[in-house]
Write a protein that binds this ligand. Sequence first.
Ligand code: MN
Length: 357
Amino acid sequence: MQRREFISLAGGAALASGAPGAAIAADAGRPRRGYRLIATEEGWLPEAVLAANARYAAAGGAVQVMTRNGPAPKAMVDAVGDIGSARIAAMDRDGIDMQLLLLSSPGVQIFDAAEGSALAREANDELAAAIRRHPTRYAGLAALAPQDPAGAARELQRAINTLGLNGAIINSHTQGEFLSERKYWPIFEALESLDVPLYIHPRDPAASLSGSNVQAVTAAGWAYGIEVGTHLMQLIGAGVFDRFPRLKIVVGHMGEAVPFWLPRIDNRYLTGPRPLQRKPSEYMLGNVWVTTSGMNYEEHLKLTLKVMGPERVLFAVDYPFEDQADAVRLLDSMSLTTAQKKRLCEDNAVRLFRIRG
Ligand code: MN
């Protein structure tokens, strides 16, 4: 009863301000556009990780992490910590039909192998339970602890075959190392044999990428993306896609700047010794998908659609770190056809992440 009142109040407030999400408040979960709006990079953290983060921070850990006592605002921690009805009320208010949930950065990768692996298993069980409770509203990616590559591969198998999750999430580098290091390749082998995608999400980058001058502008606006774009180049350059030709990698922020640079990357590659089986762009257009998380800008989207192809671009918000209502409003305002928006917001996600119809 109280929940219904909250939804109704939120809808009323949105309606008063003219927000486009208002109309769906009464039809929770029902498509209102002729397609489902599926957001594919949506953050969450279980209590166990928030508590482990607090112990890490108390022990003087070098990386800034979210805990119940800051530094992020309480409302944001509450939002990231909930995968129940409060999040669904926010989705109803803002017009999101489904969220694909990902463990927020740096996830389990700052812990030792045993603790990281145990936290990943616990997170995956909790995520699967939330999806069972709300199967039309939530899908999710398995958290993995690359600190134990063989264990991560086993956990991926469990998460896909037993829990029914939709792929995997790794928050970029693990203790300074990229997945291009061969010791991590058992994870790629498992991903390829299960035919599920790996989402490489940003985390705090190396100090050289996010020194004080970058911090003064914005670390998340530059260094996070550059770090993940570099991660992609590491995978291509190490021959990961030659060894695992059916591997599927997803990155956010419209490809972490790589689509913009792609012609030049090919151009410079072709002047060198060419150690790979294919050009860099062929891996980008064969093995990589990109989402619009935090980048709902029409001109950039049109360039990304043109460079990557419309089947490789997926809608995302990055709730609760980005304004969900604003992302939906920007999407609704874009001059794309309904068929283009359906592919961007529903069809590509359904196919790539095997989301139920
Ligand atoms: Mn994110």
